[in-house]
Design a protein around this ligand. Structure first.
Ligand code: P6P
Length: 330
């Protein structure tokens, strides 16, 4: 984990994201402003995607794009649009040497002089777009390992989650939120469209130690491993609430606020799990740990997994510390 200053700059709720990033940059004596600019570039692209999502039904940009992504999943028009928006914003910003994206088979080289690499799922849960269910962007930021000025390599993009310098998500829901961490706590900003600003609304977010919400696709119950079935039986016996809307960012965000656990275990259809380590699990693992929660693959800490492939899938248990510990036996 990057040596993060643990000083939390306490700013009043209502502060905008730019000012918050700037004030927190001051807490990092060696910050050169590049990471701050990078976060601003991501937040800006999120505003553009938010506008396109809100217009989707009217502008006839919902529906399938007609192609498949590297996962063999049918791409939605907005998947492709979001991928373009984020790539362009990062290209223009100049801080990013390379990007790995759910929508791109190979790593994308952007700026040789960039000091950072990004792993991003530009629009997760996109199959929900047409039915107006919340969807999200998920991202991780790493410092590159190779020399600035040279072309980035796989060594730069295949780093374990514990090397992240920042991570976050944008939730396009009943309101749009930008939630991120740089290793000094988690803060949430609500987008105010009339101002075009993200406003600090959830300062120093903490997930409850335990909860009574469990999020899992019980349609795959029969192919779950015995220990997962056993935990789900316990949730049922205790009368927990089953909440699963098929959109990871929305399920994660609700559990972050209320306490709960999200599980995507190995199944018959997805023997390694469905979710991707680099641009889904590591990002949310960094956030949940900074909020006092836990994230495992059922055997060990998500952020300690040394990646071997760009689109590697892992089983995912994430949420309230006590619930994840019980569910994954750790
Ligand atoms: P299933 C969306 O495709 C996603 O990646 C997550 O957002 C969501 O939680 C999960 O997959 C849904 O998968 O197999 O339950 O439909």
């Amino acid at each position: 984990m990057a040596a993060a200053e643990n000083s939390r700059i306490a700013l009043p709720v209502g502060t905008n994201l730019d000012r918050f990033i700037m004030k927190n940059q001051e807490a990092f004596p060696y910050a050169t402003g590049e990471l701050s600019q990078l976060l601003r570039d991501l937040a800006y692209a999120g505003k553009v995607v938010n506008r396109e999502i809100n217009m989707a039904g009217l502008a006839d940009i919902t529906g399938a794009y007609g192609g498949q992504n590297v996962q063999g999943e049918e791409q939605q028009n907005l998947d492709v649009a979001a991928n373009i928006r984020f790539s362009r914003a990062l290209q223009k910003g100049g801080e990013v040497a390379a990007v790995i994206s759910e929508e791109e088979e190979e790593m994308i080289h952007l700026n040789r002089n960039g000091g950072y690499v990004i792993a991003i799922d530009p629009l997760d849960g996109s199959s929900n777009i047409d039915v107006n269910v919340s969807i999200g962007t998920i991202f991780s930021i790493y410092r590159r390992k190779t020399e600035v000025g040279t072309e980035s390599t796989m060594e730069d993009v295949l780093q374990p989650g514990n090397a992240q310098v920042a991570a976050g998500y944008i939730l396009y829901g009943s309101s749009t939120m930008f939630v991120y961490t740089t290793g000094a706590g988690v803060n949430g900003f609500t987008y105010e469209p009339s101002l075009g600003e993200y406003i600090l609304s959830h300062q120093d977010m903490k997930i409850p130690e335990t909860g009574s919400i469990y999020s899992v696709n019980e349609g795959s119950y029969h192919s779950f491993q015995p220990e997962v079935k056993e935990y789900i039986e316990k949730c049922r016996e205790r009368g927990y609430s089953a909440r699963y809307i098929g959109s990871l960012v929305a399920d994660f965000h609700r559990n972050l606020l209320k306490g709960g656990i999200y599980i995507y275990p190995a199944t018959a259809k997805a023997p390694e799990g469905k979710l991707r380590l680099m641009y889904e699990c590591n990002c949310l693992a960094f956030i949940v740990e900074q909020a006092g929660g836990k994230a495992t693959d059922g055997k060990g800490r998500i952020m300690d997994i040394v990646p071997t492939e760009l689109h590697q899938r892992v089983p995912f248990f994430v949420g309230s510390k006590e619930m994840v510990e019980e569910a994954s036996g750790l």
